[in-house]
Design a protein around this ligand. Structure first.
Ligand code: GCB
Length: 679
C-alpha cells in the first residue's frame, strides 16, 4: 500500500481530489484543516419582516412535502463527505451511489409538525429534512421572497443546492429574498428543521409543552416590486381617538416615493411622501367607530404606491392603565380570560389554521371570556386575525420561560428576534392588547437587563399596548406566613386529628403566635420587573402545588392541608408593590375528564378549587384580570403519570377532544354573573 506522507501539499491534493466536483460548497470548505473537519458554511440570516402578507402576490407551498429523518445530523453540507442532502443527487443510470432520495421519501403535510404526523417521531428531538418542488415563472422588476410563518426551532434553507440562510428561534415568521437562487421552471427547496433545544435557546430544552418540530405555519413564495412597502403600522392614539399614528417603511431608502392611504368607509384618502430613509411617519385624522369585544368593527385599509397595493382589515381601539385599573376605549374593563396553548381540539399537533382557532375561540366564548392569554410563544397570524373578527382581546407572548441563559448574547438575540417579529406581524391587530416578555423567570440582575431590553424592543416598534410578564413571587417570609395561617386554621378546626392539632399548636408556639390570632394570608407581588411593565401578572397555584411542598415540610397529610387551604383561600389577600393593575395569569388544578371521585385528579376537586379561587379573586379589588390555566388539556413531556396524564397536562377545562369538565361551567358562570364590566 502506498503511504502518503502527511504534508500540507498532500493534504491539499487530497482535499482537491475529493471535493473537485462539489462546486456549491467549495468556498466554505477550502480552508478546512482536514477531511473530517470542515467548517460550517456561512448561513445568512433572514431580512426584516414583510408585513400585510395576506394582500400580497403569493404562491402557496402548503400541502404535501416529503421528509427524511436525520438523527445523526448527517445531511448538512458541513457534516457530509458528499455535499449533503441539499445537493439532492439523483440516480440517472442506476449506477450512481445515493443513500437518500427525497422523491421516494414519505409524505408529510405542511403546515404541520412532523412529530405529530409520524409515530416514530413523537418524542424525537433532532433534525428532519423537508422537500418540495415548485415552478417559477420569471417577471421583470420583481423580487421573489420565501416566507415561512413559523418553523421550529432551527431552520436551514437550501434552494437548488445553494444555501439561502438560517433562522433560529421558532414560532415567528421570517422571509428571505430568494430571487438570485431561482431558476426558470422547476425549483427544488430543501429545508432542514431541527427541534432540539439547549441551554442557550429560547425556550430551553425544559418546557411544560411539546416541542412540535418542523414547519408549523404557512409557506409562501411571495412576489413584490423591487422597491416594495415592507410594512406599515396604524394604531389609534391612546389619548385622542380622532387621531392614528401611521408609520410606513419602503424596502429601499429612497425619498419622495409617493404613497396613498385610503380608508374608504371613513372617506379618508391622503397622499404622503417618503423621507430619505424611505419611511413615512404621520398622524391620520380619522374618527372611526371603536373596536371592542362587544363591537368588533374592522375597516378596510388600503396602501397604494406606484407599483403595488396592499390592504388589511383593521380595527381601532385604545388600551391603557390608570392607577390600578385597565381602560379599553376609555371605559374601565376587566380581563375575563383563559390561558391557551396552540393545540387544536381533537387533532394532535400544533394549531395553525383559521379552522383550528375558530374552535378554540368558540370554546373561549362559550366560557363567557373576553380575553385569551396565548401562552407561551407566538401562534400563527390566524389567531389574532380571528380574534379581531370574533371580538376577543389577546395577550401574546414569547417563550422566555423559566430559567434561560440570561448572559448569553446569542440567547438575547433570539428572544429579541422573536418579540420584534411578533410585534411587527401583529401590530395592526386590534385584538392584541398585551405583549408579554416572559413567564416565571427567577430574579437576577442579568435577567432584569435581558427583559428590559426586550421591553425596549417592543417600545421601538409599538407604544400603543400594555406590556407584562408572568411574574414570580413568594419569599421565604411569605411562605412562612402561609404556614402560620394554615396552622391557625388547623388548630381551631374540629375535624383535624389530635396528632395534627399538636403539630399545628407547636408551629404556633414556636412562632409565638397566640392561637386566637385573626390572620389572613397576604402576598405582595414585589418582583422588581413590576417597575418596567404595565400589568402586574402573577401565576399562583394555591390549592394545587404549594400544599405538596408544605406537607413534606411540616409532616401534615396533603388531605388535611388541601382542606385547610380551601378554607383559608377566600380570604387570601393579593397586592403588589406597584400602583398598577394585577392580572392573575395562571391558577388551576389537574383533572381527568370523567373522573367522578372526590380525590385529586377528579373533576370535582378541580371545580372546587375554581370556586374557592374565584371567591378569593373577587375579594381582591386590585385584580383586574385573570386567565386561569388552561382552556384545554395539552401535550407535555413533563407529565408521565400513567392512566391519568399519559403525557398530557390535565389542567384543561376541557380534555384534548373538547369534552368540558365541571370547572368549565364554574368559570363560565362566574364570568357571566360576577366579573364582567360590559364593554
Ligand atoms: C406554570 C407554567 C405553565 C405550566 C403550569 C403547570 O406555572 O407557567 O407553563 O404548564 O404552571 O401546569 O404547572
Amino acid at each position: 500500500m502506498i503511504k502518503l506522507k502527511k504534508t500540507n501539499a498532500t493534504k491539499a491534493l487530497l482535499t482537491l481530489a475529493l471535493f473537485a466536483s462539489f462546486t456549491i460548497f467549495s468556498e466554505e470548505t477550502s480552508d478546512a484543516n482536514s477531511f473530517f473537519d470542515r467548517k460550517p458554511p456561512n448561513y445568512p440570516s433572514p431580512e426584516n419582516l414583510i408585513g400585510w402578507i395576506d394582500s400580497r402576490q403569493i404562491i402557496s407551498l402548503n400541502g404535501e412535502w416529503t421528509y427524511i429523518i436525520d438523527p445523526m445530523n448527517n445531511g448538512l453540507p458541513e457534516s457530509s463527505f458528499f455535499g449533503g442532502f441539499p445537493k439532492n443527487k439523483i440516480q440517472k443510470t442506476g449506477m450512481e451511489l445515493i443513500e437518500y432520495n427525497f422523491e421516494a421519501a414519505e409524505k408529510i403535510k405542511i403546515p404541520g409538525a412532523w412529530n405529530a404526523q409520524d409515530e416514530r417521531l413523537l418524542f424525537y428531538r433532532g433534525p428532519v429534512w423537508l422537500y418540495k418542488k415548485f415552478i417559477h415563472t420569471p417577471k421583470t422588476d420583481t423580487l421573489t421572497h420565501l416566507y415561512i410563518e413559523g418553523s421550529n426551532f432551527t431552520t436551514k434553507i437550501f434552494l437548488n443546492g445553494s444555501i439561502v440562510g438560517e433562522f433560529k428561534g421558532g414560532y415567528v415568521p421570517f422571509n428571505f429574498d430568494i430571487s438570485s437562487y431561482l431558476t426558470d421552471g422547476e425549483n427544488t427547496l430543501i429545508i432542514q428543521t431541527d427541534n432540539s433545544l439547549d441551554q442557550s435557546s429560547v425556550p430551553t430544552q425544559k418546557t411544560d409543552w411539546w416541542p412540535w418540530g418542523g414547519i408549523v405555519g404557512d409557506v409562501y413564495i411571495l412576489e413584490t416590486p423591487s422597491d416594495f412597502i415592507r410594512n406599515a403600522y396604524i394604531q389609534l392614539d391612546k389619548d385622542n381617538h380622532s387621531q392614528a399614528s401611521f408609520k410606513l417603511q419602503m424596502s429601499k431608502k429612497l425619498s419622495d416615493r409617493k404613497v396613498t392611504i385610503k380608508i374608504p368607509e371613513l372617506k379618508f384618502q391622503k397622499e404622503y411622501q417618503t423621507n430619505a430613509e424611505g419611511e413615512i411617519e404621520e398622524y391620520l385624522n380619522i374618527s372611526p367607530e371603536l373596536w371592542s369585544p362587544a363591537n368588533p368593527k374592522l375597516y378596510k385599509v388600503e396602501i397604494i404606491s406606484d407599483t403595488e397595493k396592499i390592504s388589511d382589515d383593521i380595527g381601532f381601539r385604545s388600551i391603557k392603565t390608570e392607577g390600578k385599573k385597565i381602560f379599553l376605549n376609555d371605559a374601565e374593563i376587566k380581563f375575563s380570560g383563559i390561558s391557551m396553548h396552540s393545540e387544536p381540539i381533537g387533532i394532535p399537533g400544533p394549531a395553525f389554521s383559521e379552522e383550528h382557532f375558530k374552535k378554540l375561540l368558540t370554546a373561549a366564548k362559550d366560557l363567557n371570556s373576553n380575553f385569551i392569554r396565548a401562552a407561551h410563544y407566538p401562534y400563527t397570524r390566524q389567531l389574532a386575525k380571528l380574534a379581531d373578527k370574533m371580538g376577543l382581546m389577546l395577550w401574546e407572548e414569547v417563550p422566555v420561560y423559566w430559567n434561560i441563559d440570561w448572559k448569553n448574547p446569542e440567547t438575547l438575540q433570539i428572544a429579541k428576534n422573536q418579540i420584534t417579529r411578533l410585534v411587527q406581524r401583529d401590530q395592526n391587530r386590534a385584538s392584541v392588547v398585551v405583549w408579554s416578555v416572559a413567564n416565571e423567570t427567577p430574579f437576577s440582575s442579568d435577567r432584569m437587563d435581558f427583559l428590559k431590553s426586550l421591553l425596549a424592543e417592543i417600545h421601538t416598534n409599538d407604544n400603543s399596548r400594555l406590556t407584562t410578564a408572568a411574574l414570580l413571587s413568594g419569599s421565604e417570609e411569605q411562605f412562612q406566613s402561609l404556614i402560620i395561617t394554615l396552622a391557625l386554621q388547623g388548630a381551631r378546626s374540629m375535624w383535624v386529628t389530635d396528632q395534627e392539632r399538636i403539630i399545628f399548636e407547636s408551629i404556633l408556639n414556636q412562632a409565638k403566635i397566640p392561637f386566637d390570632t385573626k390572620m389572613n394570608f397576604s402576598i405582595s407581588i414585589d418582583d422588581p420587573l413590576g417597575e418596567n411593565i404595565d400589568l402586574i401578572s402573577y401565576n399562583e397555584y394555591f390549592g394545587w402545588y404549594y400544599v405538596t411542598f408544605f406537607s413534606e415540610q411540616i409532616k401534615i397529610s396533603e388531605a388535611t392541608l388541601r382542606k385547610l387551604m380551601f378554607e383559608i383561600m377566600p380570604n387570601i389577600k393579593l397586592s403588589s408593590a406597584y400602583e398598577k393593575p394585577i392580572h392573575i395569569s395562571e391558577f388551576g388544578a389537574g383533572a381527568q375528564y370523567g373522573n367522578t371521585t372526590e380525590k385529586i385528579w377528579s373533576e370535582n376537586y378541580q371545580a372546587k378549587l375554581y370556586k374557592y379561587q374565584l371567591e378569593m379573586l373577587a375579594n381582591n379589588p386590585q385584580i383586574r384580570g385573570i386567565s386561569p390555566w388552561i382552556l384545554k388539556d395539552f401535550r407535555a413531556m413533563l407529565r408521565p403519570l400513567s392512566g391519568i396524564q399519559d403525557f398530557y397536562n390535565r389542567k384543561g377545562l376541557m380534555d384534548e377532544n373538547g369534552n368540558k369538565k365541571e370547572a368549565f361551567y364554574v368559570l363560565a358562570d362566574f364570568y357571566q354573573k360576577n366579573w364582567n364590566i360590559e364593554n
